[in-house]
Design a protein around this ligand. Structure first.
Ligand code: GUN
Length: 291
């Protein structure tokens, strides 16, 4: 019987810590603040952004919700980002992805001030990640590692198959898993990999972030291995994970189909806002050592 990796419960404990940290910073005169920019009317993205603002309200983080039309020009969007960069009451700036095709997402990410980049996707922060330096880190990979560590899933010296090479999850997660502090042996795959099942069958953990419904099935998993479903697809209103339901009969650890990595990713975003606000607080106090 697989141990269920309960991200919902863990996220609640993380939010309690965040609430305490936000109150401590507010008492010190810096209320943490997050701004989000959403371009266009995609329903799922609008829902995700609204949840982020609810989370902020519940944890004592100020937030600003900017919504722009699908037709916004690149220079207008850049203008909004620069305005938020310059706003001292905001410590995090997040531009919700995906952006419309006419927008160059990489240059938008580059325009976000690195110290406010709570997505951890600015090249400076990604470079620091590759170098093993501690700066703002991408939320979903941090959430997954936090979940695995909370449940003491063994990672050091273990083979981990990461399926999906997107920057938001797979590519950055593989780098983090390989860090000597974690010491796992990751293999970065994608849906087109010819030997996908051969690699997953040899792995002690499989993390699926490809957005392909039921991509990992029971016959692709080593008995007792850990299976983490990150990618989700909606089909006729039903949410389908990259990890098929029959994996439960083989896995040692398993994320439930609903509410595991998502709530932790949102909590990790708040953690990054707290970290950014804390750094701002230290810098504006003269950057002396803090207690
Ligand atoms: N769209 C889906 N997930 C994310 C995320 O973590 N950050 C941003 N900016 N956009 C997203």
């Amino acid at each position: 019987m697989a141990v269920l990796l309960d991200g919902d419960a863990l996220a609640a404990t993380w939010r309690d810590e965040i609430k305490r940290d936000a109150a401590r910073l507010t008492q010190a005169g810096i209320t943490p603040g997050l701004a989000t920019i959403l371009v266009g009317g995609d329903e799922a993205s609008a829902h995700y952004v609204s949840r982020k603002h609810q989370d902020c309200a519940e944890t004592g983080i100020l937030s600003r919700d900017i919504r722009l039309p699908e037709t916004v020009r690149q220079d207008e969007l850049l203008g909004h980002v620069r305005e938020l960069n310059a706003e001292p009451t905001l410590h995090g700036v997040l531009v919700q992805l995906p952006l419309p095709a006419h927008i160059d997402a990489a240059s938008i990410q580059l325009a976000v001030a690195p110290e406010k980049d709570v997505d951890g996707l600015h090249p400076l922060n990604l470079g620091a990640l590759v170098l093993g330096q501690r700066r703002l880190r991408p939320c979903t990979p941090s959430a997954i590692l936090g979940l695995l560590q909370a449940y003491r899933v063994p990672l050091a010296g273990r083979r981990v198959a990461v399926i999906g090479r997107g920057l938001l999850v797979g590519r950055t997660l593989a780098i983090m898993l390989a860090d000597p502090a974690i010491d796992a042996i990751p293999t970065l795959l994608h849906r087109g990999a010819p030997d996908l099942a051969a690699v997953t069958r040899e792995s002690d953990a499989v993390i699926a972030a490809a957005g392909v419904p039921d991509l990992v099935r029971a016959d692709m998993l080593k008995p007792g291995a850990c299976a983490v479903g990150v990618g989700i697809t909606y089909r006729n209103g039903e949410m389908i994970s990259d990890i098929a339901d029959d994996v439960a009969s083989v896995a040692g650890f398993l994320t439930p189909r609903h509410g595991s990595v998502g709530p932790l990713t949102r909590a990790m975003l708040l953690r990054n806002v707290i970290e950014a606000a804390g750094a701002y607080s230290a810098a504006t106090r003269g950057a002396g050592p803090t207690a």
